[in-house]
Design a protein around this ligand. Sequence first.
Ligand code: LLP
Length: 404
Amino acid sequence: MKYNNKKLFIEKIDLNKIAIKFKTPSYCYSHSKLKENIFKFKKSFKSFNPLICFAVKSNTNVNIIREIKKFGLGADVVSIGELMLALKAGIKPNKIVFSGVGKTSLEISYAIEKKILLINAESLSEIKEINRIAKSKKKIVSVGIRLNPNTDAKTLKQISTGKKENKFGVNTNTFHKIVDYCKNSNNINLKCLSVHIGSQILDYKPYEKMLKAVSQILNKTNHKFEFIDLGGGMGIKYSGENKKLNYKKYNTAILKFLRKHKVKIIFEPGRSIIGDTGTLISKVIYIKDSGSKKFIILDAAMNDLMRPALYGAFHKTLPVTKSKKISKKTYEFVGPICESTDRFVTLKNFQVLKEKDLIAICDVGAYGMSLSSNYNLRPKPIELLIKGSKIKVIRKRQKHKDII
Ligand code: LLP
């Protein structure tokens, strides 16, 4: 994204033009940024050629998944819906892993029928259920066990998953019990150990600790694992204050791990692939002066982009047309929803805005549209994919008749 003659562009498209043609709020994704992210990710870990399974939960647009598939990525899914979507996008079953703490019998059964690469189980009960279903179908199923390595990811509490108080994965005792259980089962082929300690991780050290925990447990078992699934979680730079994750150091730690353990590595990145490709364009409906600050009331709201309301997440917010006049008052960008948490960001020294002006909320490609809802009976926004000077509608704007 860059300014050209004071107008904000994604690739060769002026965002003002998008707002006129497609209205607001609109989600726009940059194809070239997506390509760049995938190439960079692959390059960071090219020495051991991992299987990269895109975490579909971060963006569930079938056209986006199709584009990602073209670059050779697989999928990490967490529900039958996401599994259906990944298959519809053309991802081969042998590149799909299924994570999640609460897979139902129906979901397990469907995954077995589709012959996906791995069902990553998160409890002994789930393993037993997979075994029961596999037996009834007279099939042998490839599974993984998700370890809870009790590692602090040093990220937001709400998106940490690898500490013992979190519901995810199993502790070392249960892990060994499951390994024994699988040994005695004719219908389960235990191939993988998986971990995922959290999301938006910017420090490589928690990954180092996680690898240590995995290494320790591998040393204690005589089971031969074919895959180690390290999950995703690689963070992005939402603000100038975020430091960049040191991929080089993470890669070095994995190489060290691989010298001791001959396994194939799987990754499940979501945000690092799609996060900074997306922008939400929104229009100022009203400006309300409250004395100490001005409320900039937008036509986008927490139902369109939930992250600020849910996690206090920061998203860079830019004017779509730049001017030099700076406001003396602080601006609080809010949506029209009847919740006080329906606010995006509070900014000082923003340029003077007027009603009907356009703003761009940045880095919303991951957990933006996929977390959206119809709260206040608001139709979901349109999604557009920009490639050079071409714009493709990749999901239509919902209509009231679709939701009433
Ligand atoms: N694998 C598993 C098992 C996961 O649970 C997740 C994310 C990922 C991979 C992908 O993580 P990523 O590379 O995108 O960090 N809604 C929150 C993020 C929740 C992440 C949930 N799990 C947010 O908006 O920040």
